[in-house]
Design a protein around this ligand. Structure first.
Ligand SMILES: C[S@@+](CC[C@H](N)C(=O)[O-])C[C@H]1O[C@@H](n2cnc3c(N)ncnc32)[C@H](O)[C@@H]1O
Length: 125
């Protein structure tokens, strides 16, 4: 088995992938929390972020095989919107909402410190 790694804009890259040719997608997109990834792309307005999400989910849906699955790591601010896009706009079938509990991480001075990430697991059909 050979493994290839491509670096670049995932939306542009997916446009070159054949329709219904992929078994599994694991996506860890930016959460739009204003983090500095060096490309200034984690500070979109609400509408811009939803549009960005729809663009890559559209391509992901196109390239996945009918038997394919998608896992998406997502932060709490936008996870409900992504759930709705997946289910209502693309008819993905909900499989599981996975909670990854961890113990490390910075403490917040106000409120509760996050100690988990959420991962959506959907099947295409
Ligand atoms: C939540 S972080 C994921 C970090 C990654 N899991 C890691 O361990 O390094 C989101 C990453 O997506 C990248 N990113 C943002 N827009 C992208 C796009 N259109 N195509 C590919 N990567 C993108 C960001 O630069 C950032 O590195």
């Amino acid at each position: 088995m050979s493994i290839q790694i491509f670096q670049g804009d995932s939306i542009k890259y997916m446009k070159n992938i054949l329709t219904e040719s992929v078994d599994l997608i694991i996506a860890d997109p930016p959460y739009n929390l204003g983090k500095d990834y060096g490309n200034n792309n984690d500070q979109r307005t609400h509408d811009e972020y939803i549009e960005f999400s729809k663009q890559w989910i559209k391509e992901a849906h196109r390239i996945l095989k009918g038997t394919g699955s998608i896992y998406i790591f997502m932060g709490v601010r936008f996870i409900s919107y992504l759930y709705t896009i997946l289910e209502q706009e693309y008819n993905f079938i909900f499989n599981s909402w996975i909670t990854w509990h961890y113990t490390q991480g910075l403490g917040k001075t106000k409120g509760f410190s996050p100690r988990h990430d959420d991962i959506l697991f959907f099947n295409k059909s």
